[in-house]
Design a protein around this ligand. Structure first.
Ligand SMILES: N[C@@H](CCC(=O)N[C@@H](CS)C(=O)NCC(=O)O)C(=O)O
Length: 204
């Protein structure tokens, strides 16, 4: 299998961590891809009309998108229940928390594009502030849920690791560690896992 990949992408990082944790990383070739808003990439658009990474290209040529689906696929391929509880209330709690981290990453990425990619005269501060506030409110939600931070290792925690790592990477001055000490402790603990440590985005 091939995973379209950039070390800067928090979504690709999530899949990489999930692949390591499920023992499938050796079956996956990380294929570098570069995509950005307002930059056409016809070759890549043939792989996915959304022109986003990551996608997983299966050995039979089928293409799975997006990171939310890919990690579910890997979990099933590894026998199920490794990162996502297989049934019951906990399954839906973990999936919902995973969705929350997904939305936080979407908002943070929009802030990044708005603040650093969009030409300055076209920027809309109220809009990016709104998106930043969503990500921040998501962090506050997780800070108030110690049971989520202490649960058996799961995909929502991986998503949260990617949120916090992306905050360090692109919004280094945002002050999340001070504002959210439980998330800070959580991140430090997660960094003890080789999968998390090896996938920290390189300095920009
Ligand atoms: N929902 C997608 C989001 C993927 C995404 O936004 N990827 C970014 C890179 S981190 C991207 O491809 N951006 C290019 C663009 O939006 O033009 C997923 O979970 O995989």
């Amino acid at each position: 299998m091939k995973l379209t990949f950039s070390p800067a992408s928090p979504f690709a990082r999530k899949v990489r961590i999930a692949a390591i944790e499920t023992g499938l990383i050796d079956k996956i070739e990380l294929t570098p891809a570069a995509v950005a808003p307002a930059q056409p990439n016809e070759e890549y658009s043939k792989i996915t009309p959304l022109k986003k990474l990551p996608v997983l290209i299966l050995d039979n040529g089928e293409v799975l998108l997006d990171s939310y689906v890919i990690v579910e696929y890997l979990d099933e391929l590894a026998g199920g229940g490794k990162l996502i509880p297989t049934s019951g209330a906990e399954r839906w709690r973990v999936k919902s928390d995973h969705s929350l981290t997904q939305g936080m990453l979407d908002s943070m990425l929009l802030c990044r594009y708005e603040g650093m990619v969009r030409p300055e005269p076209l920027r809309w501060k109220g809009w990016s502030d709104d998106h930043w506030n969503r990500a921040w409110a998501g962090m506050a939600r997780f800070e108030s849920k110690p049971e989520v931070l202490a649960a058996p290792f799961n995909i929502a925690q991986i998503g949260l690791v990617c949120v916090l790592g992306y905050a360090d990477f692109r919004f280094a001055d945002c002050g999340w560690r001070k504002a959210f000490p439980k998330l800070d402790a959580f991140y430090q603990k997660m960094m003890e896992r080789p999968s998390v440590k090896v996938s920290v985005p390189p300095p920009a």
